[in-house]
Ligand binder design. Structure first.
Ligand SMILES: [Zn+2]
Length: 229
């Protein structure tokens, strides 16, 4: 069961993703301080589908190996990929996939064999109540990345030929993750707290374009999406 996600910094290029080691250490410290243990990692594919790359499979295999339990050989560690382009769900909603790899067997050619990825089914729970500290964590996440030079400009359209900006798309995608009876409450949090921060720090383009065209709409991000059982 994934209860919480820690937003590690990455040392990503446009096509590959690596966790920043210092950030990973910090995540482990935070988790163990709350009596939790690390059970997976997540990253996004900003421009392509939520299937693991060769590098992702390699990394997942390495992480799983580190988590192998001596007693039963089980490796309780999953990989989660969020794909903002989406395409398999409702309009604007990012795709999420969870994967695991089977390591090469003892009979495989040691040098040539590859770990095989497969997709894990998952169920999202906890979408009926907004955790008290979630908004604080999200606000902190936005503010702590406000000076990042390579941050996305959410005022831009999320795809060519789309009227929707990346900001609107983000809010639509997050909102979808909440149960319907929670969405109005979520909208209020977004309007009061998250949207102003995103406009301030992540919308460098025409402020007038983003300032008045977006209905209040939202939901949550990859972090909380994965609060699964
Ligand atoms: Zn990847």
């Amino acid at each position: 069961m994934v209860e919480v996600a820690f937003p590690c910094n990455s040392t990503s290029t446009t096509t590959e993703c690596e966790m920043d080691p210092a950030s990973e250490v910090e995540a482990r410290r935070v988790f163990s301080a709350s009596g939790r243990q690390v059970v997976g990692w997540f990253h996004s594919h900003p421009t392509f589908e939520a299937t693991p790359s060769v590098r992702d499979i390699h990394n997942q295999h390495a992480y799983q190996s580190l988590c192998r339990r001596a007693a039963d050989g089980i490796e309780p560690f999953v990989g989660v990929i969020v794909s903002p382009p989406g395409g398999t769900g409702p309009y604007g909603v990012s795709d999420i996939s969870v994967f695991y790899v089977t390591p090469p067997g003892p009979d495989d050619d040691h040098m040539g064999a590859e770990a095989l990825p497969f997709s894990l089914p998952f169920t999202v729970t906890g979408q009926h109540a907004i955790a008290a500290d979630l908004l604080d964590a999200m606000a902190h996440l936005i503010e702590s990345h406000a000076d990042l030079i390579q941050r996305a400009d959410l005022a831009k359209r999320f795809k060519r030929n789309e009227a929707m900006t990346s900001l609107e798309k983000l809010l639509v995608s997050m909102r979808y993750r909440w149960a319907e009876d929670i969405r109005q409450q979520w909208d209020e949090h977004v309007a009061l707290r998250l949207r102003p921060l995103l406009l301030l720090h992540f919308c460098r383009g025409s402020a007038s374009e983003t300032g008045n065209s977006t209905p209040i709409a939202t939901s949550r991000n990859a972090t909380s999406t994965v609060s699964n059982e």
